[in-house]
Design a protein around this ligand. Sequence first.
Ligand SMILES: Nc1ncnc2c1ncn2[C@@H]1O[C@H](COP(=O)(O)OP(=O)(O)OP(=O)(O)O)[C@@H](O)[C@H]1O
Ligand SMILES: [Mg+2]
Length: 400
Amino acid sequence: MSDLASNLSSGLAASGNTGGVLRRALAVLFRQGPSAPASAGRVAPAAASVAPAATPQAQTRQAGAVRFEAVGKTYRSAAGPVPALVAITLDIPAGGIFGIIGRSGAGKSSLLRTINRLEQPSSGRVWVDGQDISTFNDAQLVALRRRVGMIFQHFNLLSAKTVFDNVALPLRVAGWPEAAVRERVAELLALVGLQDKHSTYPGRLSGGQKQRVGIARALVHRPEILLCDEATSALDPETTQAILALLKRINQQLGLTIVLITHEMGVIREICDEVLVLERGHAVERGPVWRVFGQPQHDATRALLSPLAHALSDEVRAGLAANGERVIELRFTGEGGLSPDLQAIAALLGGPVRLLHGGVDRIQGHTHGQLLVSAPVGGPPPERLVAAGLAHQAQEIGHA
Ligand SMILES: Nc1ncnc2c1ncn2[C@@H]1O[C@H](COP(=O)(O)OP(=O)(O)OP(=O)(O)O)[C@@H](O)[C@H]1O
Ligand SMILES: [Mg+2]
């Protein structure tokens, strides 16, 4: 099925569609018939293809949970096969905010798009809400895409339709009565803070407002999962913060799972509970954000986080050499919620310390950060700081 058809069926519409594609999309949608209006609550999950009762999937079934089982994806291209995903096995728990990071081309979008089957894996299985979606027929896919909303970097709004009509479109396509459409759209525009923009056209909206329309439209069918592919990448930092706050509120108020791709590590730190790092199609690291950011294990993770790390400038190095000091790096990675006690650190290192660089932050209630300090040569080894509970890691990284 084309992306456009998929988008329409999940409450999304790409701009500039052609009649043929649209007709095909509508045909697929109407094969299943209209869905129930808002008063009926969530759209019922597709019936067939449920895992057998005795499997763990069936026992742990929970709306909004995703399981990847040895998922592989190889694209065919003129230059030969392109392996985009390699044996990805992992669970995304229901109700949280799950981040996916990785270098460009690592496979993030490919993985995300297997969740609503915009991308069909070449091998393995994807379970959504305890159902193996790889076996779904067209009608089941329509129902799946109503349970899995999606928002994009470039919003995908129809420029010739008002805000109201953009949000209403998927409901009208699904055959909702007009009164129910009006009620649901008004409810959603209030939720995203656009109640005064019903009749405005997208061309007159800011980027942040356009994304709010995108979010409202993605929520029309009360999805269990919201997929966000670079949803804040086109926005300025302040607007990004506002959209992140909205996503967090939606996650908490509606209890839906959010799966989010971003290149902005600050976004992950701000709202994600867990993060997955992809590297050349492999899942190389995964865990709570405070741990992965505090103690990155894989080179790819360290490279992605390097903009957050601080290097010592040549000027500072030269100053240290002149003073005959050693440079000690202290890391605070979370467990125990330690915050640096500079006086105790100086006492243990045997003299005055100077703070050269760094900072500490709180992520999910855990301290996270790095300090570079200089201390007199000849004092105790910095590892003692760890034994004394003054830092999670400490090492001498330079000696003048
Ligand atoms: N339709 C396609 N045909 C051929 N190759 C593709 C196709 N889609 C993606 N690829 C390739 O698969 C790999 C993974 O692509 P994907 O878009 O999933 O990466 P990504 O991590 O989302 O990258 P970015 O951060 O740049 O968006 C890349 O090498 C890409 O070139
Ligand atoms: Mg991508």
